[in-house]
Design a protein around this ligand. Sequence first.
Ligand code: UD1
Ligand code: CA
Length: 485
Amino acid sequence: MPAATPCGRGAAALTRVEVRAQVRPLACVILAAGQGVRMRSELPKPLHEVCGRPMIDHVLGTVEGLAAERTIVVVGAGAEQLVAAAGERATACEQPEQLGTGHAAMCARPGLEGFAGDVLVTYADIPLVTPETLRRLIDHHRAEGAAATILTTELDDPSGYGRIVRDQGAVVGIVEQRDASDEQRAIREINTGIYVFDAAALAGALDRLTPDNDQGEYYLTDAIAILVADGRPVRALVGDDPDEVMGINTRVQLAQAERIARDRIREELMLAGVTLIDPPSTFIDAGIVVGPDTVIGPGCQLLGETTVGGGCEIRSGVVLRSATIGDGVLLRDHTAIDGSTVLGGAQVGPFALVRGGSVVGRGCRMGSSAEANRARLGDGSSMQHFSYLGDATVGRDCNIGAGVVTCNYDGYDKHQTVIEDNVFIGSDTILIAPVTIGAGAYTAAGSVITEDVPAGALGMGRARQTNIEGWVERRRREPEGRDET
Ligand code: UD1
Ligand code: CA
């Protein structure tokens, strides 16, 4: 927060949120060191994906919205991959041995050194929580002047979660399912695994954790009873959306989270002006931007780092994987765009494949079963049917006939084909790369072009046709005379 300058905004002009942030600093600690045994996977649990993004990425993205002074990720299993996934967004602290969530929180200490303020602690396996909910939790904690505040919720089926134990309405502790009595297991209010602690209170409580429970682990949840016993104010905020705080321990829960997150994404896009003809069959990864008045047909998948402009028509079964689609583009049925760009007003498909960083220019036409791979198609060019352009650069307003193929690979290396502006490549032309077709040139249909064609020339590379008069009649009379030509 920059200091107010004489000509800038004075303290009075600060928003309430800014004032609050100035009053007490915030740190976020994300516990992500566990094995995730219940996933039965080689991949560390926080790296399992929900809507195309690792869970840890969702959590980091969410806490980013809180503008915390520090963000710490506690890593252990698969530390290297987690550190890479976190990038610049967090400081990593290592938990060398996975001795429980309390122990993991102790391992965050180096990252919290010298910090005074509030510490939001959350787990890497709660991917759906929103910044608004976290903000509400922090606000509640601050308004209550609490030493610790737990985000809880009530579930019809609380199994697997820690239960919130209350005495005359006040929180007195959290008991894990496996350590709970039958009576406690009947409690429907659960610990979401998201808390705000006063930093000093947390540090003091962590010092006193013991591993005397069914798993022999240090439980972060025990910090609550310790603070209550000390007479410190401990509060709970009961969240009203259980979906948001679901913890992912198994692949069944991962699939449930995926469903919930996909619903959210679809709803957001529809509210932003995108028509989904059949929302349930439309799969859109997190973070994908689609412009208004775009219509997306049934069975489409928009994946990875994809962006789609406005006013597009994306018909059924289209797959966009890390694709950039301009405005007013028509993608006909079952077209796939993979790591490539289609510029405004272009029409592609049906059954076309654009991949390998290709660029389809403005107003281009690509027809059925056409494929572009590491190719650039200049504005207004057209390749309508059954053609393949690999390692090729095509200028503006060219026509690539049906069945044209660039032979870009000689068995050892890939070679470039360059087609300059206003070129007409006749149907079934085979272009043996490296080769250049000069501006305005033509190639004759069925040609095998092995040499450059100069600008304005007709390149013809095929046997001349001969018509043998009367051949059919002679053959009919002398069927054995087939060799006679
Ligand atoms: C935890 C809570 C439970 C709560 C539930 C909410 C405890 C003891 N229990 O149970 O009350 O209802 O979450 O989803 O906290 N981790 C580490 N190091 C470890 C162990 C775990 O970093 O040594 C991390 C994991 O990577 C994971 C998180 O802590 O992201 C939670 O661990 P997990 O084993 O999934 O706890 P739950 O059994 O779900
Ligand atoms: Ca969990």
